[in-house]
Design a protein. Structure first.
Length: 481
């Protein structure tokens, strides 16, 4: 006899309660196992896609890219991806932060109005060694350049999501290796440590923006891609079979993982539902982790990092400018002479040199010579105040502008006509500059040889300790390779 309506309702309620209790007790473990298995399946599938399928798809797609256009970067930023929920109790936010250089490129042709297309490149960890002023490529062979101000200086820019901006603005600072007290928040620390006007000036003067060559289909110019990217992918490689093996193994693992979230389904239906997500396989590195977060956020984050690391240098995402990664995010910008250095570097006015410097060494020499001439023309009180501010900045952990003022300070100390107040303030600045912690020259620094020369030049400054310490710094730097 069929059960009564009341009995059937009771069975449903008991099933719901039992399912809820199971979800509360062991559901988290099931979800963790599911994400773990699905994640490894996704990794195998992604490797298989890159090795076995993507080369064929690219070669087929790019066969019609016979046109060429000369583009120029009109907007650029680093997209800083930071998920506050993945930051541990210690607050080491850089361990989970990822940075991708993005640029909007404008190009013209016989199709009418100029077109614009956005590209985002390599997604790397945003560690302390990630220097904005050093960025010259968004991916191998694909140029990247910062916007320039009126003086020709590079203006680096970071964009991040509102929740990441809010977290940084409230979190305590990280490890502080400079002199003076650390800034009040992680955001203030990031703003200060990235505010490097000399490096930004050298990046602008010594590295003029290069052309951005594009390849395109003459019938669809709006889908242009960097020429280097297209040329590298025109031919199918010889490892396609290995890619198919990865896909076969990956789908087996993926299918097993879907059994945890699609239980008790007929095999044909299960196969269909498991295979449907493979349509989005090319975008899995950006999309899949967001869906896995519903099962287990921590493991989903790990899977996302592993997927992102599969093809670090080959990543390139093209889109409409408004749809680029964090195009509408919160903006952090570092114009040279703004922020912490407005009272020193920001007081000077520089003109874009013509002709451009041949290299960073000449650019630094020209920058320092211009600073010396401008400082020498200042009234006595302003010169003394400027050197006093530079000394204060050095002791407070803000030494990034001081390098270009070394010739000006040396000239003020050696000039017998300098007022006593100016001579003393300049000498105090130089004494502070060569006292540890010191921004010592390293071969990786732009203008390395000129940096060493500026320290050597202080050898004749009649201020206690300056000749000995400056020469010691220069000698150590000269021995580095």
């Amino acid at each position: 006899m069929p059960p009564s309506r009341k009995a059937a309702l009771g069975e449903v309620l008991r099933a719901l309660v039992a399912g809820r209790l199971v979800g509360l007790t062991i559901g988290w473990g099931v979800r963790l196992i599911a994400v773990f298995i699905l994640g490894f399946g996704a990794i195998f599938l992604s490797v298989g896609w890159l090795l076995g399928v993507k080369p064929v798809v690219d070669a087929w797609e790019f066969r019609s890219f016979t046109g060429r256009a000369e583009g120029r970067i009109v907007e650029s930023w680093v997209a800083l991806e930071l998920d506050p929920t993945r930051i541990g109790p210690a607050g080491f936010w850089r361990a989970t932060a990822r940075a991708s250089p993005c640029a909007v490129v404008e190009y013209a042709g016989d199709w009418g109005e100029p077109l614009r297309r956005a590209f985002c490149g390599n997604r790397l960890q945003f560690s302390e060694s990630y220097q904005l002023h050093d960025l010259a490529h968004m991916a191998p062979g694909i140029p990247f350049a910062w916007s320039r101000d009126a003086a020709g200086f590079a203006v680096p820019e970071i964009r991040l999501a509102p929740d990441a901006y809010q977290w940084l603005s409230q979190a305590p600072p990280g490890t502080w290796l400079r002199a003076g007290s650390p800034p009040p928040t992680a955001l203030a620390q990031l703003l200060l440590e990235t505010d490097q006007p000399v490096n930004h000036a050298l990046a602008g003067w010594a590295s003029p923006p290069r052309a951005f060559p594009l390849a395109l289909d003459p019938q669809a110019p709006a889908s242009a891609l960097p020429e280097a990217y297209v040329n590298e992918r025109r031919n199918v490689g010889g490892i396609g079979l290995m890619g198919l093996v990865f896909i076969a193994v990956g789908f087996g693992v993926w299918f097993r993982g879907t059994a945890f979230i699609l239980p008790a389904l007929p095999l044909p239906v299960h196969l269909l539902l498991a295979a449907l997500p493979l349509v989005a396989l090319p975008a899995w590195g950006d999309v899949l982790p967001r869906y896995l977060r519903h099962l287990n956020p921590d493991m989903a984050g790990v899977v996302g990092d592993m997927l992102g690391d599969i093809d670090i240098t080959g990543r390139l995402v093209a889109s409409e400018p408004a749809e680029a990664l964090l195009a509408g995010g919160e903006v952090l910008r570092w114009p040279a002479g703004g922020g912490a250095h407005a009272a020193t570097f920001g007081r000077l006015r520089f003109a874009r040199p013509d002709p451009a410097p041949r290299d960073a060494d000449q650019a630094l020499a020209m920058l320092a010579a211009s600073a010396a001439a401008q400082v020498a023309a200042m009234p006595e009180a302003e010169r003394a105040a400027l050197f006093a501010q530079l000394e204060q900045d050095k002791w407070a952990g803000r030494p990034d502008a001081g390098l270009v003022f070394l010739p000006a300070a040396r000239q003020a100390v050696l000039d017998a006509r300098s007022p006593d107040a100016v001579r003393k303030a300049a000498g105090d600045f130089l004494s502070a500059w060569v006292t540890q912690p010191v921004e010592e020259p390293w071969p990786r620094h732009a203008g390395f040889r000129e940096r060493v020369r500026l320290f050597r030049e202080l050898g004749d400054v009649p201020v206690v300790g300056v000749p000995v310490m400056s020469q010691s710094i220069a000698e150590r730097a000269a021995q580095r390779r």
